[in-house]
Design a protein around this ligand. Structure first.
Ligand SMILES: [Zn+2]
Ligand SMILES: [Zn+2]
Length: 239
């Protein structure tokens, strides 16, 4: 649904993050203080130069990237998976407030434009969510973000290229090894011609252990993609 229509149908009278009263909508879903907090958090920590996870001061690569270098070119996130970023993710995903997606997507675009390693992107692919998740929520939050990024960058988005072929149990309680085992061969490229030799941007909401990004990358490269970059809304800590 178009953002202006969402605003008419569902006018927002509080900041979706801190609940402060005011006039909000898809152009401005949260208040100035929440915006300031987001910006402050972006600048407060150093990040892994490969996967973008937040690091202790003075480090350049996280332990995961040192121990097993990812195949993707670069992964970046708008901010750390802490308030207010964490709340925005939940409000979009679990409360179904789709009017957050345009602003979140625009901030992801800014991040992409700040990092030259993303290069010229040919195709944007949202990470598919599980069938259960789709049934429960009725939408894929990652696809909403990917759609906005596609609109802003003027690059094609296709939500049918990667398919989930294995239903994976909830990942949140699992260790990195368990997640990786779980996700192995969880995705499939439906039409290899569409990814062949392409520079692909994979979009996800949160980068936690990186298992999803790694597995999507492996699947895409195996199908003939030239390179894969990852953008997420939020990311975890690499220490
Ligand atoms: Zn607020
Ligand atoms: Zn890393």
């Amino acid at each position: 649904m178009f953002a202006p229509l969402l605003d008419i149908l569902f006018p927002q009278e509080t900041c979706c993050i801190c609940r402060k009263p005011g006039k909000f909508g898809s152009r401005q879903p949260w208040c100035q203080e929440c915006t300031d907090k987001m910006i402050e958090l972006q600048c407060s920590c150093s990040i892994c130069e490969k996967c973008g996870k937040y690091l202790e001061e003075g480090e350049t690569l996280c332990a995961d990237c040192r121990n097993s270098p990812p195949q993707f070119e670069v992964a970046r996130a708008v901010g750390p998976y802490e308030e207010p970023y964490r709340i925005a993710t939940k409000v979009l995903k679990f409360m179904g407030r789709k009017h957050l997606a345009p602003q979140m997507g625009n901030m992801m675009v800014k991040k992409i434009q700040q990092e030259s390693r993303f290069g010229k992107i040919d195709l944007i692919l949202p990470v598919p969510i599980s069938r259960k998740g789709l049934q429960k929520r009725g939408f894929n939050q990652t696809e909403l973000l990917a759609r906005q990024i596609s609109k802003e960058l003027g690059v094609k988005m296709d939500s049918t290229v990667i398919r989930r072929v294995k239903e994976t149990p909830s990942q949140t309680e699992l260790s990195r090894e368990e997640r990786e085992k779980n996700l192995l061969c969880a995705f499939e490229v439906t039409d290899k011609k569409r990814v062949y030799n392409k520079n692909i941007l994979v979009v996800d909401d949160v980068y936690t252990t990186g298992s999803t990004g790694r597995e999507c990358t492996r699947t895409l490269l195996e199908a003939g993609a030239a390179r894969v970059c990852i953008i997420t809304w939020a990311t975890g800590k690499g220490f």
